[in-house]
Design a protein around this ligand. Structure first.
Ligand SMILES: Nc1ncnc2c1ncn2[C@@H]1O[C@H](COP(=O)(O)OP(=O)(O)O)[C@@H](O)[C@H]1O
Ligand SMILES: [Mg+2]
Length: 499
């Protein structure tokens, strides 16, 4: 099965930049972590201008520099603006640390506004490059924002070929393998791609498919620290999720919908599901299962990082994450505990922001035509705005209730097997009857506790270990009866039962 290619139709970052320049926006704000890449893009724009123009770069440490030649007295942010405003020299002026200078500096913001009028239609372009959006309110009309998305497939392929050539004296010719490697590199910046390829290829004599697994593990490590979108390595299979046959059958019917063949047949891939329900029932696990069942990469959007402020205002951070993920299609986008932001905001009494976040999200959901499947989970769905579950946004809302007796049998089996237990030694019926009202996480914890005890006793895991530990557990549903009742009554009529 080969996934659909949608990124080809998406304008590349370089094309968007070119367009902005053609449209004569004199102040550009290039949003990216990849300074080097943007510098190359701008240099190539300058090279392709008629006539060719220079591309200057400004930093707080070196001032304005053209190649190796420094322009004197331009270390200061005001000075560089004065210089660009005054000079007749057409060209590009890339400002690297400028957004920091701009923060809380109304005089500089004013000077930048002056620059807008002075540079307009003069063939001079100021490009501020920054990893976060920090544009003063009064400049929002003058500054044109260009989001430099992560490298697309046609940009990844040459990098991959360069490194395979360098390490293995040849390029990969097998088309499926090429595609898997390109997919494996998606979601990384240029710099990260280079590190990953160098790191995984080093010491190898030839390319082998297991290197792709290495690359995915590396990618998981790298994206974990960076913030908004995190790649999740596929570790769980459908057999790891007990119960929920309705959900599973819904998913199985859609396995083929993200393939090239489906796209050719004009099938629109599904937009997303919302999994709501009681904590510890396997919502997060179910999302991981979707991606492996459909053979799509899984990216997690961390809502707490959206709200943290480390990536700009929550709205900007969220919008940006959604744009970034378009470049990763086809993929599954996991928005875990989507309501958590709302709770936080209510507590901090900030108001406003999260309503806008949700409307941004809903608009994006409705309009997106990329093959991004959203899998959102929620514990407290009653906190979400009503339009959230209206038809057309999510293809389906599933309610994951506490597992039934039969489902608990399956869950016990899954976790006991993971411990390598001899299944004949366990009375599953007895275990599942004794664990009435438990969620899947609690079943797992019981197996874990019993296994530890068996290990300490240097014996095999037995039914006896299970029964001894059973009494020590007070399931969540005992202490949260009211809340569970509420969730159930909310779900009734609004969501399909996953079981
Ligand atoms: N239906 C299930 N089948 C198998 N394991 C389960 C199930 N539900 C929960 N678990 C176990 O409990 C852990 C925590 O579940 P999780 O997916 O985080 O629940 P939720 O996201 O609904 O709070 C899972 O990683 C898994 O080991
Ligand atoms: Mg969860």
């Amino acid at each position: 099965m080969t996934p659909v290619q949608t990124s080809a139709s998406r304008p590349r970052a370089a094309d968007r930049l070119r367009k902005a320049v053609t449209a004569q926006y004199p102040l550009l704000y290039l949003l990216t972590w990849e300074e080097d890449r943007v510098e190359r893009m701008v240099a190539s724009l300058a090279q392709s201008a008629q006539p060719v123009v220079p591309a200057f770069v400004w930093t707080t440490t070196r001032g304005l520099v053209n190649g190796t030649e420094a322009v004197p007295d331009t270390l200061d942010a005001h000075a560089v603006l004065d210089y660009v405003i005054a000079t007749p020299q057409q060209g590009f002026y890339l400002l690297k640390d400028f957004h920091r200078e701009l923060a809380d500096n109304p005089r500089l913001a004013r000077r930048l506004r002056d620059a807008y009028y002075a540079l307009k239609d003069r063939g001079k372009f100021l490009c501020i490059v920054a990893p976060v959006i920090e544009i003063p309110e009064e400049l929002k009309k003058e500054i044109y924002l260009v989001e430099i998305s992560l490298p697309a497939e046609d940009e990844i392929a040459p990098v991959m070929d360069y490194y395979t050539q360098r390490h293995f004296n040849g390029t990969i010719t097998d088309q499926n393998l090429r595609q898997s490697l390109v997919n494996g590199l998606k979601g990384l910046t240029y710099g990260e791609m280079q590190h990953v390829l160098n790191g995984t290829f080093a010491g190898r004599r030839e390319f082998s498919p297991d290197l792709i697994t290495q690359i995915l593990l590396e990618k998981e490590q790298i994206t974990r620290k960076d913030g908004l979108i995190e790649f999740i390595f596929p570790r769980y299979r459908p057999a790891d999720l007990g119960g929920y046959h309705q959900l599973k059958s819904w998913l199985s019917k859609r396995v083929q919908l993200f393939t090239k063949e489906a796209a050719q047949a004009g099938i629109t891939p599904p937009k997303g599901v919302l999994l709501m329900g009681i904590s510890g029932c396997g919502k997060s696990l179910a999302v991981k299962v979707i991606s492996s069942l459909w053979n799509l990469p899984l990216f997690r959007l961390d809502m707490s990082n959206v709200y943290s402020g480390a990536n700009g205002t929550p709205e900007n951070a969220f919008r940006r994450a959604l744009t970034a993920v378009d470049a990763l299609a086809p993929c599954v986008l996991w928005i875990d505990e989507i309501e958590s932001g709302i709770v936080g905001v209510k507590e901090n009494v900030q108001g406003g922001g999260n309503t806008r976040i949700f409307s941004t999200f809903l608009t994006w959901m409705q309009e997106k035509d990329s093959a991004v499947f959203v899998a959102a989970t929620a514990n407290r769905i009653d906190l979400l705005p009503a339009e959230f579950i209206r038809k057309g946004r999510f293809d389906q809302v599933f309610f994951l209730d506490l597992p039934s007796e039969e489902e608990r049998k399956q869950i016990f089996t899954i976790h006991l097997q993971k411990k390598g237990a001899d299944m004949l030694a366990f009375d599953l019926l007895m275990l599942s009857k004794a664990s009435d009202g438990w969620n899947g996480a609690e079943v797992e914890q019981l197996v874990e506790a019993a296994a530890i005890e068996a290990f300490n006793e240097k014996s095999r895991l037995t039914m006896d270990h299970m029964m001894r530990n059973l009494g020590k557990f007070v399931p969540l549903s005992k202490t949260m009866t009211e809340q569970i009742k509420q969730i159930r009554s909310w779900a009734y009529g609004r969501a399909i039962n996953a079981s």
